[in-house]
Design a protein around this ligand. Structure first.
Ligand code: PEP
Ligand code: MG
Length: 748
């Protein structure tokens, strides 16, 4: 930037700061600012447009346009030149606005007489708050320096808005972080919770945006960057892992990038403080992040984002530990979180809200295991929430109420009370069997994956653990767990279960479950790829180690083991042979063998339902992994939000298929259970029971609701409803069964 221009820009920023320091109310401040910008840029018009809601911009202050238009003129995102700046998050610079593509004539503003137009987005950390515009009568294109100066001013405005500078009497804009809002996301774990926000990574607050002494600011920046580099170097020496080193090398490259440094120094010379300069570049990188399709580049941009955060913490002295105290009723808010970190918080959390994440992510698996309500994909929650904000998480609807008003809060509390009353009803039947009105008893077991789940065995009234997912212990570590560690853990699980049956499922990795210490395989379709038993059989070392650990844990007690994702008889035979070999080896080594051993398989691919009769005769039990089975039956990815719920589990075709499996097991007297998520949904569970399933395994929290419904129903009647729906050619039996359920709810 030319030196003269730099001085101009600094002068303008200095004046802006004075305007901010005045006692004026929000609107008066904004008016003063538009006046200052217009006069220092030699333009007749300067206007500030801010978002009223997600897609409406409103003229909030102007110098030069008709005063009556303020708070009256509105436009949709993408509409007119202003809407275009906001939508595309780009600068629009034209000498002939009325003839520029997208121009919209707004007679109430009187702007038709202005020819030149320069609009820049007002954005902060990737979020667009509005648009800043200057216009002039003479037709001219604005220079790069002028554009840059306006961008710097826009950034300062965004920071000031963040600090609540424009709130007050006749407010131009309501303060961010003060108004209540509703965010929609996807349910990761059901349940409702009320509490206060605890940010996993607290935001850095930049309170001094403008600085007078560029030399001093550049020095501060230089010192902070040096400190940052030393930190990255230290991290590099601490790891011996090749891949982590590669990531850190890329990281270091950024930390020493001349371009990054140069851009920040330029920002400082135009009048920003060192931290504001870091944040401006971070903001621009975030805006690009959303538009880059290339995964590699996106990763690099997010490296930069991470480095910027570190730099901001150094400059502002705000460490990740800000000294804030965790509230007594914390609801964790994070962009994303790893399973290990989540386990560290443990059950102290009332709820979790993630900006990213997915229903099948490891964090979701942990949240489910801990029975903590979880919402994923919750908009821009980390930008909107502040530590200590009042927050309500509705894990039934997938909604988050941030700083709810009194009406919302009281309606929500009614809902919590209603659910608590239902919970009380469930605990009153905890020790009663899940016996239907027609006298059929259904075995209800629970799914688990952590030691922390085991107390639920008593509190939920489950008969045993129908599925113990063993991969969590592998996923939450940085290295392969040792056999002795696993044996000790499995022994503790069996101790806690007392005499109850625990079905241990051998390691189910691959697909979305990637071990941090195993080289990831690039596979075009990981869900259909090298996973679960396929890995176990091809690389039997880990499977053998796990089987040994299980045998040693049982130490003379009964042991039940289940192999995941068996697609054909041969795979079961091979896995069973591994088990027999391991048993023989353990006996030779002098270990006590289990008093009884049952070896089963999960039926998760349609192919296994059509396996030879001999398979059904040989396998000791089968458990339907409905989550996987359904995704392969309908060819609909369980991780893909677009198709995940497209096909109903109570679709006639799927139910008919399940019925076929029940029949085959009946013919050969093979024990059968269902352990996918659907088993925990009362109406689904009822239909499964009606078609002949006698054992269901589910999340502990589902046992009460499922049992309560089963006890009120007659399976013969449900069966009739299903058969009728099938004869009528219905796509799903859900509607008809729900109608039936309503009649039993009404009966005394
Ligand atoms: C299933 O697929 O239904 C199942 C229980 O296994 P997971 O969800 O762990 O894949
Ligand atoms: Mg599965």
């Amino acid at each position: 930037m030319a030196d003269g221009m730099e001085t101009e820009s600094r002068k303008l920023l200095g004046r802006l700061r004075d305007a901010m320091a005045s006692d004026d109310a929000g609107q008066a401040r904004l008016d003063k600012i538009t006046h200052l910008i217009a006069s220092s840029m030699g333009c007749e018009v300067c206007s500030i447009y801010l978002f009223r809601d997600e897609d409406t911009l409103e003229l909030c202050a102007t110098e030069g346009l008709k005063a009556d238009a303020v708070h009256q003129t509105r436009m949709k995102l993408g509409e007119g030149l202003v809407g275009k700046v906001a939508k595309k998050r780009t600068v629009v610079n034209t000498p002939d606005a009325p003839h520029a593509p997208g121009f919209r004539f707004m007679p109430e503003t009187g702007e038709e007489i202005y020819s030149s137009f320069l609009g820049v987005p007002i954005q902060r950390l990737g979020a667009t708050l509005g648009v800043l515009v200057v216009q002039s009568r003479t037709a001219r294109e604005f220079s790069a320096d002028e554009t840059y100066a306006l961008e710097v001013v826009a950034m300062v405005l965004a920071e000031m808005a963040e600090l609540g500078a424009f709130v007050g009497e006749g407010a131009a804009m309501s303060a961010r972080h003060q108004h209540s809002m509703l965010l929609r996301g996807t349910v990761g774990q059901e349940g409702v919770a009320e509490g206060h926000v605890w940010l996993h990574e607290p935001r850095v607050v930049v309170s001094n945006v403008i600085a007078d002494d560029p030399e001093r600011e550049c020095e501060r920046l230089g010192e902070a960057v040096d400190q940052l580099r030393v930190g990255v170097d230290e991290m590099l020496t601490m790891t011996t892992d090749k891949e982590q080193q590669q990531v850190l090398e890329a990281y270091r490259m950024f930390a020493t990038s001349k371009g990054w440094m140069r851009r920040m120094e330029e920002d400082i010379r135009s009048g920003l403080s060192a931290e504001a300069a870091v944040e401006k570049q971070q903001s621009m990188a975030r805006a690009r992040l959303g538009q880059v399709p290339d995964a590699y580049l996106r990763d690099r941009l997010s490296d930069l984002d991470d480095l910027s955060n570190r730099l901001l913490r150094i400059l502002t002295g705000q460490g990740s530990d800000t000294g804030a105290e965790m509230p007594a009723d914390p609801i964790l808010v994070a962009r994303n979180i790893g399973p290990g970190e989540l386990l560290e918080y443990g059950r102290s959390l009332r709820g979790i809200v993630l900006e990213g994440g997915s229903v099948g992510s490891h964090a979701a698996v942990v949240a489910r295991a801990l029975a903590i309500p979880l919402i994923v994909n919750a908009g821009r929650i980390t930008e909107e929430a502040l530590n200590g904000d009042h927050i309500m998480v509705d894990g039934e609807q997938g909604v988050v109420h941030l700083r709810p008003d009194d009406n919302v809060a009281s309606a929500f509390r009614d809902k919590i009370a209603m659910l608590a009353a239902a919970q009380e009803r469930y605990s009153s039947i905890r020790d009663k069997p899940a016996e239907t009105r027609c006298g059929t008893v259904i075995g209800l077991h629970m799914n688990a994956g952590l030691m922390a789940d085991l107390p639920s065995l008593v509190s939920s009234g489950a008969e045993g653990v129908g599925l113990f997912r063993t991969e969590l212990q592998f996923l939450v570590r940085n290295q392969m767990p040792k056999r002795t560690e696993l044996a000790a853990l499995y022994a503790r699980v069996l101790d806690a279960a007392q005499e109850k049956r625990v079905v241990f499922r051998t390691l189910d990795i691959g697909s979305d479950k990637v071990l941090p210490y195993m080289k990831p395989n690039e596979e075009p379709n990981p869900a259909l790829g090298w996973r679960a038993i396929r890995v176990g059989l091809d690389k039997p070392g880990v499977m053998r180690m796990q089987l040994q650990a299980l045998i040693r844990a049982a130490n003379g007690r009964p042991l039940t083991v289940m192999f995941p994702f068996v697609a054909q008889f041969e795979e079961y035979r091979a896995a069973r042979a591994e088990m027999d070999k391991t048993l023989a080896r353990e006996a030779r080594l002098g270990h006590v063998l289990p008093s009884k051993i049952e070896v089963g398989a999960m039926l998760e691919t349609p192919s296994l339902a059509f396996a030879p009769r001999q398979f059904f005769e040989q396998v000791e039990f089968l458990s339907i992994g409905g989550n996987d089975l359904k995704q392969f039956f309908f060819a609909a990815d369980r991780e893909n939000e677009r198709v995940r719920k497209r096909y109903d589990s109570l679709n006639i075709s799927f139910l008919t298929f399940l019925e076929r499996i029940v029949e085959r097991c009946r013919e050969t007297n093979t024990q059968l259970s269902f352990c996918g998520e659907d088993a925990g949904r009362p109406v689904e569970a009822l239909c499964f029971a009606a078609i002949g399933l006698r054992t269901l395994s589910m999340r502990p929290a589902s046992i009460g609701p499922v049992k309560s419904l089963l006890r009120r129903c007659d399976l013969g009647e449900v069966r009739e409803v299903i058969d009728r729906a099938r004869e009528d050619g219905e796509m799903s039996v859900r509607g008809a069964v729900m109608d039936y359920v309503r009649t039993v709810h009404q009966s005394p």
